[in-house]
Design a protein around this ligand. Structure first.
Ligand SMILES: C[S@@+](CC[C@H](N)C(=O)[O-])C[C@H]1O[C@@H](n2cnc3c(N)ncnc32)[C@H](O)[C@@H]1O
Length: 491
């Protein structure tokens, strides 16, 4: 489900009676919190209302849009009193685009909220004692838990000095607008695509590449894919910019293999996009909302571009995951290596390893590292990356981590440290079970979702591990997303 700043998004709650507010009613409320989707939290006679675009510290007037048993939603109609941290959002399409949720909030306030949000999740979902945050409220019970264990330390979040134009990858849906082919973002609550010329969190190079590729597609008369009919050619344009090398990749996702004017297309992209090293076509004919199809063809140049994090060089292919914020990625991976506390003698497992990014940093400090990842192309990249960096103590396997780890266990692999970096849904329960059976001394959990992180930490705690500290890193300024690196030790 997409975030909807105008309110009314999400499951429509049934309409119980006896509540202090009713649909259509205009209310005034102080905003006392923020949800993980970026809605302000207001209270009317103890009843919770989520108010889109409202910020903590605001007093707002809002129309109640829907009510449910435990909460309702309201649309802000007037700002009665602005929070001192409220700012004008610099992006002209902030109201319509769902990409950022917090551009209208002072960056320091965003960072404070993200740290508190992590602490609250650990306390509420993970049932963990969390040490008081400096100058803030203690989450989950202060200094120590009933068993005398020290509380979990949530460090101040590592923010960016310049929190704009950080994204190294743009993924742009293509549609048909009044003037023909357009590409930008989905209009709120619909599948209509609104054209977008600028995005302030994209690196300038990506913005330029997208604009050029759209113009070329229009000039060649390409049609946009239409979800309703399943007809039309172009579904998405994906562009990547490797900050360290300046290399750029263009991927056209098409509804079928046939690509008219292919040579002309390639010639124009090469002529107009500086630094382009890879032009690919990915074929996706499925009716689903998945962006990539199974088949990727190189139209010109290399199948990869190269980027660097620290002193390690990475080959990145069209479908591989690569962190989108290069400055913050280096900081995140440093925390992961620090929490792994390696001496050079350890066996390490890196589950959900992508193209081997964290794996290769770990390999420098350990005896042997095993990386597992579900996307075959990413593992091809990972193997290539190990050779590229002259690293010979890393072994990679394609497959689901929850399937491959038990296999390694049966083969006698006994890791001293396990690192996990799962997608938003967190670790598979079977993987957590295998991790507990393997009994590594330390676990490092890298997470992009505090709630699934907290859920999994509880399982690991119950299975014999203790959560020691958490380093949040702001990988996605102006959004509600927050990344964390967590250290656990075996009790
Ligand atoms: C958040 S990314 C982390 C990748 C890598 N650690 C990095 O920092 O670049 C999560 C990765 O897990 C992979 N993945 C998803 N489900 C998986 C599974 N069940 N087993 C193994 N890998 C999986 C995804 O393809 C993706 O590359």
């Amino acid at each position: 489900m997409r975030h909807n700043k105008r309110g009314g998004a999400g499951r429509a709650p049934s309409r119980p009676t006896g509540l202090p507010v009713d649909v259509g009613q205009s209310i005034v409320t102080d905003i006392v919190g923020l949800t993980h989707e970026g809605e302000g939290v207001g209270r009317v006679d103890g009843y919770t209302l989520f108010v889109s675009q409202a910020l903590p510290g605001d007093k707002v007037r809002a129309d109640v849009a829907s009510v449910g048993k435990s909460f309702g939603r309201a649309r802000m109609t007037a700002l009665v009193e602005a929070s001192p941290d409220r700012r004008g959002a610099p992006c002209p399409i902030f109201d319509a685009c769902g990409g950022c949720q917090l551009q209208h909030w002072d960056y320091a306030a965003q960072l404070r909220w993200k740290r508190q949000h992590v602490a609250d999740n650990l306390a509420r979902i993970g049932k963990l004692p969390v040490a008081p945050l400096d100058g803030g409220a203690a989450a989950g019970g202060g200094d120590s838990a009933p068993d005398g264990r020290p509380p979990v330390v949530v460090h101040p979040i590592i923010g960016m000095d310049e929190p704009w134009r950080y994204r190294n990858k743009a993924q742009v849906p293509i549609g048909t607008g009044e003037g023909g082919l357009v590409g930008g973002f989905y209009e709120q609550g619909s599948h209509d695509i609104v054209d977008m010329e600028a995005c302030l969190i994209q690196q300038q190079e990506n913005e330029d590449t997208v604009r050029i590729v759209k113009a070329i597609a229009r000039s060649l008369g390409y049609s946009a894919y239409d979800r309703a009919t399943g007809r039309g050619l172009l579904r998405h344009v994906i562009v990547r910019h490797a900050e360290a090398t300046g290399q750029r990749m263009v991927v056209l996702i098409t509804n079928g293999r046939d690509l008219p004017h292919r040579d002309e297309l390639v010639g124009l992209i090469r002529e107009q996009v500086p630094g382009v090293e890879s032009i690919c076509q990915n074929v996706n004919t499925a009716a689903s909302s998945l962006v990539f199809g199974e088949e990727t063809r190189v139209l010109w140049g290399s199948d990869v571009i190269y980027d660097e994090i620290g002193d390690i060089r990475f080959a990145i292919s069209a479908r591989s995951f690569f962190q989108v914020n290069p400055i913050q990625t280096e900081r995140l991976y440093s925390s992961a290596v620090q929490y792994a506390t390696l001496t050079g003698e350890e066996t390490v497992v890196d589950a959900y390893c992508g193209i081997g990014t964290i794996t290769l940093f770990l390999a420098r400090h350990s005896r042997r590292v095993y990386g597992v990842e579900i996307v075959p192309e990413a593992i091809e990249d990972a193997k290539r990356n190990a050779l590229l960096n002259d690293i010979h103590n890393a072994e990679f396997a394609v497959g689901a981590a929850e399937v491959v780890l038990p296999r390694w266990q049966a083969e006698g692999v006994t890791p001293d440290v396990i690192v996990v970096d799962p997608p938003r849904k967190g670790c598979d329960p079977a993987l957590l079970e295998t991790m507990l059976q393997l009994k590594p001394e330390r676990i490092v959990y890298v997470s992009c979702n505090p709630s699934t992180l907290a859920r999994d930490l509880r399982i690991l705690e119950d299975g014999g591990y203790r959560t020691i500290e958490v380093q949040p890193v702001d990988m996605f300024p102006h959004t509600t997303h927050v990344e964390c690196c967590v250290s656990l030790i075996r009790k």
